[in-house]
Design a protein around this ligand. Sequence first.
Ligand code: CMC
Length: 428
Amino acid sequence: MTNKVATLNLGDQQVDLPVVSGTVGPDVIDIRKLYAQTDCFTFDPGFTSTASCESQLTYIDGDEGVLLHRGYSIEELSEESSFMEVSYLLLNGELPSKQELDDFSYTISRHTMLHEQLATFYRGFRRDAHPMAIMCGVVGALSAFYHDSTDIADPVQRKIASHRLIAKMPTIAAMAYKYSVGQPFIYPDNKLSYTGNFLRMTFGVPAEEYEVIPAVEQALDRIFILHADHEQNASTSTVRLAGSSGANPFACIAAGIACLWGPAHGGANEAALNMLREIGTPDKIPHYIERAKDKNDPFRLMGFGHRVYKNYDPRATVMQKTVREVLTALKVNDPIFEVAMQLEEMALNDPYFIEKKLFPNVDFYSGIILSAIGFPTTMFTVLFALARTVGWVAQWNEMISDPGQKIGRPRQLYTGPTARPYVPVSKR
Ligand code: CMC
């Protein structure tokens, strides 16, 4: 709370609203009592000016291009840290000691296996099912396996559920891929790192020894760090809203996966690479830029623009650097990278994109890396979901442990018909 007060004049009525400050970032006007005092709601479709909760996890300054997890910059974390360490940080608030990190990694590795019964769920899907459809279904189904053992009021049980989700996502994701290509599921090998294990479960086959390439493992681990959490984005808000009713956490994460799938959110990485492949060669870029600017054409530059970042998405900077490293390490010469860089340059010099503050976001370059590693485009959003699970469970835990937590229940501006008498069908 600050000493500041926002005064709202509503006809003859004057209402003082408290102004609350966070540790950094814009103040918020506390409108919780507004309806009781004035009989008015606020109207903010898409939450463009609304803080939906209090949180200590992630801070974004969209004007300065800053992203901090628990106070640590994404640049430093992606350079110096590991996905397991960032997961610990997000869940617990502090960086772990060496022993704490070893214990955490060990605990996660003990939960990587799936109940064998769950494997049968995959067979209910068509082979050509989108892996995100499989993820929604299988992660949702986990709730059936742990519903009776998950008391969300108990922090220990919440922790176990969180560890299970983080640990099982790579197994579930790899199995979704294996199912689509008709190869046998590969069981986890807990000698490997979290990311190495995922690579082996995805690309290994029983007939051959799979060797994890360190450069690939490191790049993918970094991609996971870049996607771990991102404040109150659409899927995180979905998880919080679902969880606010006291729902089973596995079901809440399935809700988050469903939301993430959309092309305006996590589905943009798949859409961005498809777009770059469609453009194909640098000479076609101007045509696509013109299309993106045309109000009568629904086409948008995928991997461009962000609700919060109005300067540059700091994750895109790290991602662009990682593309170079991976392509060099794998000796891949993907002409799409050249198309992407020229497209970025052209867009950043175009008055439309300058004026609207549209810059590459995290999804613009990630697809090039994932494609070089060998993932089909349909798996891109699955990898995003895998990494974001950490953020989702951390945010869900934070919400449930908040004593002031209430069920999420927005109101509306009703513009439909007023009350009218029912007319029997014979008289219509
Ligand atoms: N290409 C062309 N024009 C665009 C684009 C784009 N990618 N993004 C926004 N605009 C225009 C838009 O047409 C609008 O113009 P006007 O003011 O004339 O109506 C203006 O910029 C503002 O756009 P908006 O849709 O009102 O902004 P928003 O904050 O609601 O949407 C967004 C943000 C990310 C959904 C949007 O920029 C977009 O659709 N981008 C492409 C999809 C994408 O890359 N999504 C990944 C986001 S980052 C990863 C994640 O968090 O999931």
